[in-house]
Ligand binder design. Structure first.
Ligand SMILES: Cc1cc2ncn([C@H]3O[C@H](COP(=O)(O)O)[C@@H](O)[C@H]3O)c2cc1C
Ligand SMILES: O=C(O)c1cccnc1
Length: 348
């Protein structure tokens, strides 16, 4: 039986890529002088199949969910903060709320699975598929039904998004940097120690415990990880799975994805595992301060746009990278060529 998340995303057009590279090389700058901005514009051209790539209309969706693994005391903050932050998102006080507002980008919050139900809140969609996940150290994080439902929550957010060029996903979930580390281990086979980080700001002692927790979870689940969905079911999270579903659907619909920090990248690599055809549509916004993030980005052969020592999540790094992506597009579209501007070519 084939599933929606296995349907292929549109392929990159290699002729258009060559044409975009030629255009970049014709513009009034030394060859390659716009660095990664050139890579972004060229890749956008190849996937959008145009020399005039666009990243004008974006949607930011923050997915929230709680994690059973918080029982193991692996975060510096209590689980209640997930719900409290959902209210903060709704009230405009969170970092991503401020960024979305100041940048004029549409912003929505999706509750995929806080432990407790929340009251009706402006801009928050209640699509809970469970009351927090189970502790991955002792059992699977969720059932297959819940896993598929969480993936579908992300898919539906994209399907309801209308005509957008760019999708930015964010996450909120106390304990989710532990789930992300477990996913990172599953997809790279590097050690738990290499993949755990301080998350919200844990001590050396808690960091060592966090690595042991991930190791314990891996020894339980690794033998049974027969496919990408099973990985997400066993060690993912409702908000992480919704992100993976949103990334897959965005790519299938020809929407460019700006991936945020460590947790979002763990969702992204899980999504690529489920559906490798989505990879050309993923752009990586920044390299966070979590040490596992650069390792995960390496595995994905990703070139993050920013390095600001951020370690927040919520989609904040991706939001900050949006104007850079937009600039990369405008430069390729609007710069004059050497011929048009009457500027002499060099021999670079
Ligand atoms: C006030 C507050 C706001 C946040 N916004 C994002 N996170 C980030 O921190 C959490 C992951 O770290 P850990 O695995 O250590 O719990 C996630 O919710 C992530 O989005 C926050 C964390 C806190 C405390
Ligand atoms: O890189 C991230 O996304 C991150 C890091 C720490 C805590 N929350 C998110």
């Amino acid at each position: 039986m084939s599933h929606w998340y296995e349907e292929a995303a549109p392929e990159a057009d290699e002729d258009m890529r060559a044409a975009a590279i030629a255009r970049q090389n014709s513009l009034t700058k030394p060859r390659g002088a716009l660095g990664r901005l050139e890579h972004v514009a060229v890749q956008m051209s190849a996937i959008q199949r145009t020399l005039e790539p666009h990243a004008n209309k974006a949607l930011i969706a923050v997915f929230a969910g709680d994690h059973g693994v918080t029982t193991e005391d692996i975060s510096a903050y209590p689980q209640t903060v997930t719900s409290e932050m959902v209210r903060n998102f709704a009230n405009g006080g969170a970092a991503i709320s401020v960024l979305a507002k100041s940048m004029g980008v549409d912003f929505t919050v999706v509750n995929v699975g806080t432990v407790y139900a929340l009251e009706d809140l402006p801009n928050v969609q209640d699509l809970r598929v469970g009351a927090g996940t189970q502790n991955m150290c002792v059992t699977e994080a969720m059932s297959l039904e819940q896993c598929e439902e969480a993936l579908a929550v992300g898919r539906d957010i994209i399907d309801q998004a209308g005509d957008i060029d760019v999708f930015i996903g964010g996450e909120m979930g106390i304990g989710n940097s532990t789930a992300a580390a477990a996913l990172a281990v599953a997809h790279t086979r590097l050690s738990a120690t290499a993949m755990v980080g301080r998350g919200t700001g844990i001590s050396d002692q808690v960091l060592a415990k966090k690595a042991a927790v991930v190791t314990r979870a891996m020894s339980r689940h690794l033998p049974h990880m027969k496919n990408g969905v099973e990985v997400l079911r066993r060690i993912g999270g409702y908000e992480i799975n919704a992100l993976a579903g949103a990334y897959i659907r965005a790519a299938q619909r020809g929407i460019v994805v700006l991936v945020d920090g460590y947790i979002c990248t763990a969702a992204a690599i899980s999504a690529v595992k489920i559906n490798p055809s989505i990879r050309p549509w993923l752009f990586f916004s920044h390299c966070s301060a979590e040490p596992g993030h650069s390792r995960l980005l390496n595995k994905l052969e990703a070139e993050p746009l920013l390095q600001l020592d951020m370690r927040l999540g919520e989609g904040t790094g991706a939001a900050l990278a949006l104007p850079i992506m937009q600039a990369a597009c405008r430069l390729q579209i609007e710069m004059a060529s050497f011929e048009q501007a009457g500027v002499s070519r060099g021999n670079d």
